[in-house]
Design a protein around this ligand. Structure first.
Ligand code: GLN
Length: 439
């Protein structure tokens, strides 16, 4: 069939597939492509909708009917999703075309995209470096121009961290705003699905399509908002908070980029306010304790009876470490020494963040404390966990947080992280819009 004969959606899809074929062998952002994409594009064309013909890549821990939701693990290598996750249903209803399933850290446990059973992903925006994780393939596919947008999941930063490293936009919504049905849990009290895109407008559009109540018990009962139509870069009267504790934990070159971005926001009419987050550094141990326990519990279903493999027999080092630590902590829990204390700290951190947000409309600061390392460089587990220091507080508190490109250091992208009060996605997206394109 000649190109002329193809409709716009099909043409867009054909171009994306060509690019993937040409360049993804090196980047390794996809685990599997959707063999029915062309048919679906044709159908989307007829159907129309807010996302008509938009190509969307989906992280491999989200169920897309007929494709494998492997979580990038041998454990689920043969698991074919029997249904569409609610978010995928909603995308399709608006005419989106699912491109395929993206690479990720195994079971979303990681910050670099290196722990996949299907091999590491490379950062298309900083060759030879990690793309970040765990939504590594989703961010890389968008940055490489393979997809118009992607879905990721964020338990402690997995959308924002790779968005920052790859120079794209990523949003972790308020906990309970987006249905989790069809997402394979890492830690269910923290996980949220969210969009990754090349610009704020597309991310806002995707978010408005996937957000809003479903029949799930853990969902907030809210109506979806037309974020993309209400976007405004007018910052007059907007207060932007910056915590001085950010400076103590972030590398100077990242801080330089972030400070310049803040000054640009100020020049556009925002008022900068210094706030305090004295317990910022407690967020990391608190987060990991909770994740170990919840992840251990979530993995008990992979006992070899339903999914082919017993997880402990086939998983990688990091997943095994978490299962063992989670099991240990759960056994010791009768004394309330770890998990119960972690929950107390979680409340403290939430309170502290909400208090800081009472004084301002948003907090703006760095996304990760350091630049992405080179592929193949060995990090200790603690060095790896340290990437998450600035992203986990939003998950512990359940507040929305988004990342927008802010500049580069030696060619490596650096994202500005914007956090807002629960359900204040609109003001967060507005500030992100104002920061966008001025990097
Ligand atoms: N890097 C964090 C972890 O390993 C976050 C992962 C995530 O958000 N899925 O737990």
């Amino acid at each position: 069939m000649s190109r002329q004969a193809l409709g716009e959606a099909e043409e867009n899809l054909a171009r994306r597939f060509e690019e993937i074929e040409r360049r993804d062998r090196e980047i390794n952002s996809f685990i599997e492509l959707n063999p029915h994409a062309q048919e679906e594009a044709r159908r989307a064309e007829k159907l129309g909708g807010r996302l008509a013909g938009m190509t969307v890549a989906v992280k491999s821990n989200i169920n897309v009917r007929g494709l494998r939701a492997t979580c990038a693990s041998k454990t689920l290598e043969n698991y074919v999703a029997p249904y569409d996750a609610v978010v995928v249903e909603r995308l399709r209803r608006e005419g989106a075309v699912i491109l395929g399933m993206t690479n990720m850290d195994e079971f979303a446990c990681g910050s670099s995209g290196e722990s996949s059973y299907f091999g590491p992903t490379e950062n298309p925006s900083a060759k030879g470096r990690i793309p970040g994780g765990s939504s590594s393939g989703s961010a890389a596919a968008v940055a490489a121009g393979f997809a118009d947008a992607a879905l990721g999941s964020d338990t402690g930063g997995s959308i924002r961290n790779p968005a920052s490293h790859c120079g794209v936009v990523g949003v972790k919504p308020t906990y309970g705003l987006v249905p989790r049905h069809g997402l394979i849990d890492l830690a269910m009290s923290l996980d949220q699905i969210g969009p990754i895109a090349r610009d704020v407008r597309t991310a806002a559009l995707l978010l408005e399509v996937i957000a809003g109540s479903s029949r799930e018990a853990s969902m907030l009962d809210v109506e979806p908002q037309p974020y993309s139509q209400r976007l405004s870069a007018d910052l007059s009267g907007i207060k932007v908070g910056f915590a001085k504790e950010y400076e103590e934990v972030t590398s100077p070159e990242i801080l330089g980029v972030v400070k310049r971005a803040l000054r640009r926001l100020e020049a556009q009419g925002a008022e900068l306010v210094e706030v305090e987050l004295p317990n910022l550094e407690k967020a990391l141990p608190t987060y990991y304790l909770i994740v170990f326990v919840e992840f251990f519990s979530a993995t008990r279903r992979y006992d070899g009876r339903r999914y082919g493999y017993r997880i402990e027999e086939v998983c990688g080092e990091e997943v095994l470490r978490r299962i063992m630590l989670g099991s240990y902590i759960s056994q010791k829990e009768y004394a309330g020494r770890y998990y119960r204390r972690a929950l107390q700290f979680r409340s403290l951190i939430r309170r502290e963040l909400l208090q800081a947000l009472e004084e301002v409309d948003v907090l703006a600061g760095p996304t990760t404390p350091k630049l992405p390392h080179r592929l193949g460089e060995r990090l200790t587990p603690l060095e790896m966990y340290a990437y998450d220091l600035l992203t986990v507080p939003a998950n512990l508190a359940g507040i929305p947080a988004g990342v927008v490109p802010a500049g580069r250091v030696n060619g490596i992208p650096v994202g500005l992280q914007v956090q807002a009060k629960p359900l204040q996605e609109q003001v967060m997206l507005n500030v992100m819009l104002a920061a966008e394109g001025r990097a």
